[in-house]
Design a protein around this ligand. Structure first.
Ligand code: ZN
Length: 69
């Protein structure tokens, strides 16, 4: 399975770190910038907001986890 192509950060243009999580058969993707700490989320190829993403993860896992440090 190929990883998504690294995207540039929309804020500082550094390379984003992409983390892909499968939630109930949907691909939840977090793009995180290590330079400016910007994070974007996508679900099934569409941008979603962070609260919606956490809601999906929380529902699936039964608890919340902090992404990154
Ligand atoms: Zn950035």
């Amino acid at each position: 399975m190929a990883l998504p192509t690294a995207q540039p950060c929309p804020v500082c243009t550094s390379e984003l770190v992409t983390l892909k999580i499968n939630v109930d058969g949907h691909d939840l993707i977090m793009c995180s910038c290590q330079t400016c700490d910007t994070r974007t989320w996508e679900l099934a190829g569409e941008d979603i907001n962070l609260e919606a993403a956490l809601d999906h993860v929380g529902t699936h896992a039964g608890r919340r986890r902090r992404a990154g440090v």
